[in-house]
Design a protein around this ligand. Structure first.
Ligand code: FPP
Length: 249
């Protein structure tokens, strides 16, 4: 098996010339608990969480990270109350409207993963518009996972490859890891280097299971709305301090 590529130096670099992860993913957890601690409704936690997304995006761009992937809505989140789902979709609509200028100014490209058609034609159209408008940007790619589930993603890749094999386009015995990776929604993005989860939970919750094979995992005790530039740069320092062996010695 080919070893996963080592991370390269990011554009800005960390203090002391340490390595910057090219691709960082975040499971943004703890909005509800943050609101509860303050006696506020859950929606207030999600709004504070959206502000934390802004800060994380800025910090990623400033530190030379190439790709930031955030878990905004999992395929399991449909189990939440109708009120909370509609709060979250309204927030995404608002965020997209307000942040389009920032994405353009900061030269951020938006990419979406997950079956976001489930959010209905109006939001889908808005999302697609932002994706098109930012397609030429190259400083940072913001990947938002919406109605995403890793097992569903891998199942989709298996179906596509099975269909190609049935049509005689490929030999089952020749299917390799790269062929599967090429059918995932993250195809073309750099390898995932660092996965962060906030709020003290220690799980991947069906997020980027294939992609996280060699990623460094960082579980932080802070709640997502409290995640700021300092927390981001601490995470990059923790990454730089780890010794990645990719299965070797
Ligand atoms: C987890 O907190 C968070 C979510 C399910 C939603 C994440 C959404 C945002 C950060 C805001 C909107 C996103 C964008 C892109 C504008 P939780 O509600 O599970 O918290 P809890 O575990 O404390 O209840």
């Amino acid at each position: 098996m080919t070893p996963a590529p080592a991370p390269t130096e990011g554009a800005a670099g960390l203090a002391g010339g340490s390595r910057v992860p090219r691709h960082v993913a975040i499971i943004m957890d703890g909005n509800g608990r943050w609101a509860k601690q303050r006696g506020l409704p859950r929606g207030a936690g999600h709004r504070a969480g959206a502000e934390a997304v802004r800060r994380a995006l800025q910090a990623a761009a400033d530190n030379g990270v190439e790709v930031l992937t955030i878990y905004a809505f999992s395929s399991e989140n449909w189990r939440r109350s109708d009120e909370e789902i509609s709060d979250l979709t309204a927030l995404m609509r608002f965020y997209l409207e307000r942040e389009l200028k920032t994405l353009e100014k900061e030269r951020v490209k938006l990419k979406l993963i997950g079956d976001y058609s489930a959010f209905g034609p109006e939001l889908v159209e808005r999302l697609n518009r932002v994706v098109e408008r930012t397609a030429g940007n190259t400083r940072l790619t913001l990947v938002i996972a919406l109605n995403y589930g890793s097992r569903a993603e891998i199942t989709g890749a298996a179906r596509t490859l099975a269909a190609k094999a049935k049509a005689g386009e490929i030999e089952p015995s020749s299917i390799g890891e790269a062929d599967i990776a090429a059918e995932l929604q993250t195809a073309g993005l750099p390898e995932l280097d660092l996965m962060i989860r906030t709020s003290g939970e220690v799980r991947l919750s069906n997020f980027l299971l294939w992609q996280a094979a060699y990623a460094e995992l960082l579980f932080l005790d802070i709640l997502w709305p409290d995640f700021d530039e300092r927390a981001f740069s601490d995470a990059l320092q923790a990454f730089a301090a780890r010794n990645r062996r990719f299965g070797g010695r």
